[in-house]
Design a protein around this ligand. Sequence first.
Ligand SMILES: Nc1ncnc2c1ncn2[C@@H]1O[C@H](COP(=O)(O)OP(=O)(O)O)[C@@H](O)[C@H]1O
Ligand SMILES: [Mg+2]
Length: 226
Amino acid sequence: MSAPPAIAVTRLNHAFGVGEAERQVLFDVALEIPRGALVVLMGASGSGKTTLLTLLGCLREVQQGSVRVLGTELNDASEQVMVALRRRFGFIFQAHNLHESLTALQNVRMGLDVHGPAPGADDAAAHVLRLLGLGERLDYKPRRLSGGQKQRVAVARALVGNPEVVFADEPTAALDKESGFEVVALLRRLAKQRGTTTLMVTHDTRILDLADRIIVMEDGRVKEGG
Ligand SMILES: Nc1ncnc2c1ncn2[C@@H]1O[C@H](COP(=O)(O)OP(=O)(O)O)[C@@H](O)[C@H]1O
Ligand SMILES: [Mg+2]
């Protein structure tokens, strides 16, 4: 029997608000993403990309439909199951969300500390930072790093725990084209080396060349590529 896909979604609906204010934002979404794939999610602002990503990432409760991630059904999953799954994920957001008071190394270590105290955490954090070309910046705090360097620290933090799935929401939005491409090329290389499944929202068309597949959303529906 082959392994289940990393992500399998069927008949997913989602709404915000209650009563008269209720507004549906995802409609009958279906998609399947194999393990190890780098998939780009595109679509106009407001089309539901972030909502979908947060549902898949166990950051929001599934209301209706089926979402299976790494073989586990999220609809009606307990908080305990959601927390355990989140530990197998890495997250990268548009804003890098680094702690200003911590060095690059300490920020990346935080990606491991969610698993409890880990021996060798400093070495692991330094290793990923070196892979991302930041070996000379381990002791720098964010204010002394450029935008591209900060975002690479955020990428390192997401990857240091060897996540099985990486969710990235416009990770290059704050970067110039050059460093944006660089960051995603690195993500791709690490994904292929480690077999990590990566789902990334982006508007950056240059990045499309790096994707194994492109999913396009329109008005809360999967238009192409699901
Ligand atoms: N927390 C929320 N409460 C109410 N409406 C929301 C919330 N988050 C998103 N929405 C609405 O859901 C729709 C989809 O938003 P979103 O998933 O953020 O789209 P995208 O990431 O593609 O720009 C938008 O109309 C947005 O205004
Ligand atoms: Mg969004």
